[in-house]
Each structure stands twice: as structure tokens, then as C-alpha cells.
Design a protein around this ligand. Structure first.
Ligand SMILES: [Zn+2]
Ligand SMILES: [Zn+2]
Length: 495
């Protein structure tokens, strides 16, 4: 048995890295189709310029709606392979302009850099950010390989393992395991032999295991090398980035891609930065949980249980919020969580809530999507629910137009926010006893503008609420008079 296994392993290794394997034949044919192996190996720097669109993942109006997008201009991706493919350096610069109502800067200039295993960003004022996480560095290192030139460089590298040659329709597929242990799948067009797609797996905290796939189309001859003029990257089923290339520069000046000493000598940011959650009683039996970040929660004490409004931002925050909430009312168990809407930042604690057997209260338009999220695979970065060998099925209490949660101790009314352009599956909370409004994404005192000021006022009028205090999921607690004053002042700045 032992001998048989070792023979199989030896055979597998021979097939995987044998230099006359079907994998290598396919890769060599692709290199030939692109303009020749020597031309590909001679690429030391590659600059890709163009424009297109980026999507705003997890921020659509309803779970099934198309994603909102950022228009991308001044796109420039600079790749430097002069220190070798496995110590690649890359800079991606672009200007993003929001094509949707947005309360923060609608235009932002991004500058994202990788130097080997060090990732950082350059702030708009030119200063470097602190060192980003190893996960970000890995994602960028793999992103560097999502181009025909770089993936073929990787596939032709003797230190790379090629395996699992197969066909799918007119595509030939080869798995590529780099010397950095990054695994990608290269798909070659069976007719032209040109690279059609590169795909790789990564973790997205809300979605879990996701495939990232870049398609290469509109090939053109660039100084004897065939290169795609269109690069379309999907994450899972959503287009994440769609770039139309206007210019390629081969072996041009890549500029300075060395990590600044302050960045390279620093420890990479932790995958889960520490979270602080504070509590502040805003009325009898009502606590506002704030702390680090700008995603808050609200706890309501009913006669025999606690109800939480929002479990946001990340699983780490969600855990800390549950600990804090449970410490507030001795002997009462937390049984249900209101998830205001489906956006990824607001539903980040959904799977943790499912794992803890809590009932999810949300607008009915979110129910199928939340069921799907609860069932997704999280094997790359397992979360608590993925680690639960016998999880209970998700428990959801859907809200159509409104729901009254009421007993002898507390009343919390939930209303569907009508005609909101940010989310059509959004709930807001109302405490009749204290005239408190609990809202997410309708108003934040820190915003630059208030795209939903009219919508907030209309929904308050529709429900005939005499609001005295806003207890928000983003921003500070304010009197309703101050909320109106701030929204009206900003409204007058509109052109
Ligand atoms: Zn939102
Ligand atoms: Zn929000």
C-alpha cells in the first residue's frame, strides 16, 4: 500500500512538472500565440493604462439589483518583474468617481502598491499608509498574475508546478502553482491558444470562498506581443472591474516601487484588528453600543429577553457587540437581531448570529439572500459558522411594511423605509415611549452631504413620528432638531 502511494505520488510529480507534459505543451503554445516565449521572458516592466468601471460589491439597492459602480479614469497598473516574478512589484493607480448617490467623497484617487510581500497604499497627500495585512499582500501578488504576460511568465518558470490539464468546451485548462504557493487556473482558447481567463480563489468575509476570474478579450498586437485590450474581472458572479486598455508600455520606466523603510520595517496589519465596543444608556432599557469605528448597534431590553438592532462591520466586531450586549441586563438572554439591510457592512454579523441560534429580523426582500449567505462555503478562512459541525438552520422573521415588537417592558416598531435610493430593503426603528428613531444609512452627522435627507423626512412624516432623538448606526446621537438643522444647512450648499 505504501509503495503504491509513493509510486502514484512520484508519477503525479513527474506529470506535474515534467517538461513535456500536456500542461507545458499548452503553455508553450500559448506563449507562441502571444508572440514567442523569448518575447514574454524579456518583459521586465509592463504598464497598462486605460479606463472603465469598478463595482461597489455588496452595496446594491436590493440583493438582486445590479451593483452600483464607480467610473474609473486615469487607470495605470505598473508591474515590475526585474527582481523576478516571485518578488514582483506592482502599483495600481486610478481615479474613482461614484455613479450613485454617495454621502462621502464622490471622487477619490487610489494608489495601491505591492513590493514583494509588503503591501501599502499611498494617501492622496502622497504619504504612505501603514503596512497592510498579509492577506492584502497575497491578494495583490495574485492580482499581479491576472494578466496573460505575467501568468505565462509564471507558467514557464521552472519553479512553478503545472498540473491537471483538462478541457472545458473550447478551453484548455491548466492549474498553475507558483513558487510562492499561489494557485491559479489558466484557461487557453483551444483555437487561438491565447489566454482566455485566469482564475484564483480567495476569501471575502461576507461571501466566503470566492473565485476571482479575469477574462482577456480584444487582443491586439503591441510591438510583436499580442495583448488584451479589455480586462474584465469577476468576483463570484459579479463583475468587479472592467478595464478598457488604451495603452501598453513594455519595458518602460516603472518608477520607484520600493516599499518605504517605515512600511517595510513595520509588522503587517493584523487580519482582525482589535475592536472596542462601548455602551451608553440612552433611555431605560436602551443602550447604544459604539466604540472603535463608525458602525454602532442598539440593545433593547424586553421583559424576558434582549433584542439587538444591527450586528455590523465584521465578525470580530459582531462578537464583541454580543459580549457587550449580554453584559447589560443580568439574566436576560439575547434572542434576536434586527439586520437593517443587506449591505455587506451591515450584515457582516449575520453568520455569527445564525451560529448562535439568534432569530434574524429583516425586511422580507433580504430573506432569500440571507438564506444563501448562511449556506455559503467558508473553507479558506473559516468563520464561526463554518466551524460549527451541526449548525441550526437560519431563523428569520421577515418584515414587510412594519412589525411591532412589544411587551410589558418595551415597544420597538420597525418600519420599511419607502422609496430609498440607497436600499429598498431597509428597516428603521421607532421607540414610541421615548420618541427615539434608530436609523442606518439615512443620516450621519459626519457626512459631507445628505442625499437621503428628503427621503428621511418623508418616511418620518409617512409614519407620523414625532422624533425627538436620533440614535444612529453611523455617527453621533443628536436631537432631531439638530439633525434637521444640519441636513437643511448642507442641503442649501447644493448647486
Ligand atoms: Zn447601506
Ligand atoms: Zn452604512
Amino acid at each position: 500500500m505504501k509503495k503504491a502511494l509513493s509510486t502514484i505520488l512520484a508519477t503525479a510529480l513527474l506529470c506535474g512538472c515534467g517538461r513535456r507534459s500536456p500542461e507545458l505543451n499548452a503553455v508553450k503554445a500559448a506563449a507562441e500565440a502571444m508572440g514567442g516565449k523569448d518575447k514574454i521572458l524579456a518583459v521586465m516592466t509592463l504598464i497598462v493604462e486605460g479606463e472603465g468601471e469598478n463595482s461597489n460589491l455588496g452595496q446594491n439597492r436590493t440583493p438582486d439589483a445590479p451593483l452600483t459602480v464607480w467610473k474609473i479614469t486615469n487607470f495605470k497598473r505598473t508591474i515590475d518583474l526585474s527582481d523576478g516574478l516571485n518578488k514582483g512589484r506592482m502599483r495600481v493607480e486610478q481615479v474613482r468617481t461614484a455613479q450613485f448617490p454617495f454621502a462621502l467623497a464622490t471622487v477619490s484617487r487610489q494608489n495601491m502598491v505591492l513590493d514583494g510581500d509588503v503591501a501599502w497604499n499611498v494617501n492622496e497627500d502622497g504619504s504612505p499608509s501603514s503596512r497592510l495585512s498579509d492577506k492584502t499582500a497575497t491578494d495583490r501578488r495574485v492580482e499581479l498574475l491576472h494578466h496573460p504576460v505575467t501568468i505565462l511568465r509564471a507558467a514557464l518558470d521552472p519553479a512553478t508546478k503545472l498540473s491537471n490539464f483538462r478541457k472545458s468546451g473550447n478551453l484548455q485548462l491548466v492549474d498553475v502553482l507558483t513558487a510562492n504557493f499561489d494557485m491559479l487556473t489558466l484557461a487557453l482558447d483551444g483555437t487561438t491558444h491565447l489566454p482566455a481567463t485566469v482564475s484564483s480563489m480567495t476569501d471575502q468575509p461576507n461571501l466566503g470562498d470566492v473565485a476571482i476570474e479575469t477574462s482577456f478579450t480584444d487582443y491586439a498586437d503591441i510591438g510583436g506581443l499580442k495583448m488584451p485590450k479589455r480586462l474584465t474581472t469577476k468576483i463570484d458572479k459579479w463583475v468587479q472591474s472592467d478595464i478598457r486598455v488604451s495603452k501598453y508600455t513594455v519595458n518602460g520606466n516603472a518608477g520607484d516601487l520600493d516599499a518605504p523603510a517605515t512600511v517595510s520595517s513595520a509588522l503587517a496589519a493584523p487580519a482582525n484588528p482589535p475592536v472596542e465596543v462601548t455602551s451608553e444608556q440612552v433611555a431605560p432599557g436602551i443602550w447604544w453600543l459604539a466604540g472603535s469605528g463608525n458602525h454602532h448597534s442598539v440593545v433593547f431590553e424586553f421583559a424576558d429577553h434582549l433584542t439587538l438592532f444591527e450586528l455590523p462591520e465584521s465578525e470580530a466586531r459582531a462578537k464583541a457587540v454580543l459580549v457587550k450586549a449580554r453584559s447589560l441586563a443580568f439574566g436576560k438572554s439575547l434572542t434576536e437581531v434586527i439586520v437593517s439591510h443587506h449591505h455587506f457592512d451591515h450584515s457582516a454579523g449575520l453568520r455569527l448570529a445564525v451560529n448562535e441560534g439568534l432569530t434574524i429580523i429583516t425586511q422580507s426582500g433580504n430573506v432569500p439572500w440571507f438564506k444563501e449567505l448562511a449556506g455559503r462555503k467558508h473553507t479558506i478562512v473559516p468563520d464561526e459558522l463554518a466551524g460549527n459541525l451541526s449548525p441550526e438552520p437560519i431563523k428569520i422573521k421577515p418584515v414587510d411594511d412594519m412589525l411591532v415588537l412589544k411587551d410589558a417592558s418595551m415597544e420597538l416598531d420597525l418600519y420599511h423605509v419607502k422609496d430609498n435610493s440607497h436600499s429598498d430593503t431597509l428597516l428603521m426603528g421607532w421607540v414610541p415611549r421615548d420618541h427615539i428613531l434608530v436609523q442606518a444609512d439615512l443620516y450621519d452627522s459626519g457626512w459631507l452631504r445628505y442625499p437621503w435627507a428628503d427621503n428621511l423626512k418623508q418616511n418620518v412624516a409617512l409614519r407620523q413620528l414625532k422624533v425627538e432623538k436620533d440614535v444612529p448606526i453611523h455617527g453621533n446621537i443628536e436631537s432631531w432638531a439638530d439633525v434637521l438643522k444640519r441636513m437643511d444647512a448642507k442641503e442649501k450648499e447644493k448647486p
